[in-house]
Design a protein around this ligand. Structure first.
Ligand SMILES: NC(=O)c1ccc[n+]([C@@H]2O[C@H](COP(=O)([O-])OP(=O)(O)OC[C@H]3O[C@@H](n4cnc5c(N)ncnc54)[C@H](OP(=O)(O)O)[C@@H]3O)[C@@H](O)[C@H]2O)c1
Length: 261
């Protein structure tokens, strides 16, 4: 049996990864801050699918968080075959008006924790000559986004980083992929404090978490470096920026996102 570690497993896309992988008889390590939610999910999955589920309640923005997760698993001799760096959040608004600490926390979670976990687990995977890493990016990665500036920039980082690691690690038997969903059926937009009218537009264009997860798992099997799950709408969001001047795209997003402020 293989073992997958999922960050941000207590809700949304991470919890959907847990459900799908459990149904495929994969043992799981679930990481997030909400201990009670992780315990409830672990109990459900163990009972329903007879798999082993470890939970690690951990704030991934805390100092040495990735090392703590890594050491915890090593002390239990649990090797990770599939690392899913999914935990992340965004915040809507004018950069200067947003809380400085929260923007730095976003970078800490979306980028630093992801890089640190990747470094730690990739080393073991390369020694074994096998392993998979799924990094959760976004269609936001393909363009800058006024009023969502730090978030979109973190997702661009993840896309660039993951594609580079995909190329570096193929010869070692380790597959790396950036998953770039469009609006997906979770609490993400509400938690990011988007204005209700923009949440409404997102809701009308939601892809289900199940589709995101299934297409991500299929794409890593096919050794693709990047997947944009969902239908044509997400393909358009990801690909239009390649054909238009950068300032036209940025101005478009400023109009869409900024007009609601
Ligand atoms: N939903 C979308 O439309 C969408 C689109 C593109 C990309 N994405 C990306 O997909 C990923 C998952 O998003 P989602 O929509 O599923 O969001 P979500 O429902 O809000 O889930 C986020 C997960 O991250 C965990 N988390 C947040 N802060 C954390 C911290 N400091 N330490 C550890 N875990 C933390 C949360 O658990 P706790 O609160 O329990 O810690 C939760 O399990 C994110 O990286 C997001 O950027 C989402």
């Amino acid at each position: 049996m293989t073992t997958a570690l999922i960050t941000g497993a207590s809700a949304g896309i991470g919890a959907a990864f847990a459900q799908e992988l459990a149904a495929r008889k994969t043992n799981l390590v679930l990481v997030a801050r909400s201990q009670t939610k992780l315990e409830q999910l672990a109990t459900q999955l163990q009972t329903q699918y007879q798999i082993q589920v470890e939970i690690i309640p951990q704030d991934l923005t805390a100092p040495q968080a990735a090392q703590t997760v890594f050491d915890t698993l090593n002390s239990k001799s649990i090797a990770i075959d599939l690392l899913i760096n999914n935990a992340g959040f965004g915040e809507y608004g004018d950069f200067l008006e947003l809380d400085r600490e929260r923007q730095l926390n976003m970078i800490q979670l979306n980028i630093l924790a992801l890089v640190d976990l990747t470094h730690l687990f990739l080393s073991q995977m390369r020694q074994r000559g096998s392993g998979n890493i799924i990094n959760m990016s976004s269609v936001a990665a393909f363009q800058s986004m006024p009023y969502f500036s730090v978030y979109a920039a973190t997702k661009s980082f993840i896309l660039s980083f993951s594609e580079a690691l995909w190329a570096e690690n193929r010869k070692y038997g380790v597959r790396v992929i950036a998953v770039c969903p469009g609006p997906t059926d979770t609490n993400f937009f509400t938690d990011a404090e988007f204005p209700p009218i923009l949440v409404n537009i997102a809701e009308k264009n939601y892809t289900s978490t199940k589709v995101v997860v299934r297409e991500a798992l299929a794409a890593i099997e096919q050794e693709h470096p990047v997947i944009v799950p969902g239908d044509l709408r997400n393909q358009i969001l990801a690909n239009i920026p390649r054909f238009l001047p950068r300032e036209a795209i940025t101005t478009f997003w400023k109009t869409v996102l900024g007009s609601r402020k």
